[in-house]
Design a protein around this ligand. Sequence first.
Ligand code: NAG
Ligand code: NAG
Ligand code: NAG
Ligand code: NAG
Length: 476
Amino acid sequence: MEEFNTKKKQTVRKRSPKLLIDILPTLVFCLLFVLHINQIITFLFLSDKQTLHITVKAKHGETDTCAGRYIYIHNLPSRFNDDLIKNCEAYAELRNKCKYLVNSGFGPKILEDDHNHTTRVLTTETGSWYSTNQFMLEVIFREKMRHYECLTNDSSRSSAVFVPFYAGFDVRRFWGYSVKLRDQLGEDLAQWLRERPEWSKMYGRDHFFVTGRVGRDFRRVSDQDSDWGNKLMRLPEFENMTMLSIETNCWSNEFAVPYPTYFHPERRIEVKRWQRKVRKMERRYLFSFVGAPRPEMEESIRGEIIRQCLASQGKCKFLNCETLSKDCGDPVKVMEVFQDSVFCLQPPGDTPTRRSTFDSILAGCIPVFFNPDSVYSQYKWYFPKDHTKYSVYVPEEDVKNGKVIIEKLLVEISKERILSMRNEVEKIIPMIIYTKPGAVGPDKIEDAFEIAVSKVLERVSLFQDNATDRSSYYII
Ligand SMILES: *[C@@H]1O[C@H](CO)[C@@H](O)[C@H](O)[C@H]1NC(C)=O
Ligand SMILES: *[C@@H]1O[C@H](CO)[C@@H](O)[C@H](O)[C@H]1NC(C)=O
Ligand SMILES: *[C@@H]1O[C@H](CO)[C@@H](O)[C@H](O)[C@H]1NC(C)=O
Ligand SMILES: *[C@@H]1O[C@H](CO)[C@@H](O)[C@H](O)[C@H]1NC(C)=O
């Protein structure tokens, strides 16, 4: 996370054991096996006609493509969402974000310019590029959820319950105010949810919500006014729910999903065209860094990274986000640098993750990470398990104590390895973007949203599995 007006230093808490994640594949496999055991048996022993008969009977005559995927959206009072953004201008801390709320949180459209420069960098002919702010995910996700293909108004049929709460806007508007004020709306929502009939079905285990801020903003450790954030995720109701955020540091009921990028296409062909473009790109720079130094953070390696970049005699491009030129806030300038670079350096900022990581991947630039919490431990739903396939890892320590000269390390990577890494990066692109809401049929893209929703459903089904007598699944 990059927030230049945030001077407060924060410490990253250590990860809790990732037990659930470790056993998840096994559980899913067992569940699938059990659910399909009748098909497997009929496949092995029965004729087609009999198979058909048994399968249909097993499904009670229904062929519902949404079965197991229905989601119910809670109709929250507007104080939990719409009012927060309607009054955006009223909160000093939100004011500079208000203009990004348009177009369902995608922000203002990026228009073609007179010199066709924008068009050359972004291919805007389809109008799928926006000045998207990094903290808008809760607004974007809610709009995508409204267009989800398997919605139901009948909560008794739903497999999961979506809670469209703008938790990030809530916490941000009261930066620096008393803890009482910061906690109020979350406590109000907890009570509201607990009193709904949907709550008693699984006591919130099937409920989920999304925030466009980092998880630590919702896990204040004490009730001192000087402490960071609110205590939303420490409320008993929220401890039972699943939270998706752009960065997590608690691996029990929080999961990280990609920061939004500037690209929000509607059709599959646009993504294909974009992938082809970044594959063919001539890249002038070996590596680049887009960011600002962190002189107030003693442990930050950014100063050293910038020093090495500037010393590279043209092999490295540095786009300085500290200057008043505002180049960093210009999506065209940022995307142009990433498209022009083979490797993109992604050192931690105020927190280990960066929105920039996703922009650079979108541009087909191979990321260089310095901290495993920047991506590897975070976005497990989205990236290949073997991180050497798509990225370069340089331990922060090695940069700090001068053991590694980044340029020297990168220049030695073979052409074949670069091509194969870029190929992997290209494959990740569709998975980390948030496409325009509403695409159906063959144009639907398995984007960051679709992946998140299916993972949440998978997770809830494991709780359901636990709640039911397991032995019943074995009766065919
Ligand atoms: C921009 O592109 C359009 C069509 O592609 C062309 O007609 C126009 O002359 C170009 N403008 C400039 C300034 O190059
Ligand atoms: C749910 O109800 C609302 C209002 O009655 C209606 O507009 C909407 O289409 C319904 N949605 C579904 C998925 O049935
Ligand atoms: C959370 O879930 C547990 C069981 O899974 C339940 O005992 C507890 O009451 C729930 N908490 C709330 C606040 O509903
Ligand atoms: C299901 O129950 C098992 C055994 O009690 C437990 O280890 C596992 O974590 C539970 N799964 C979930 C999703 O809670």
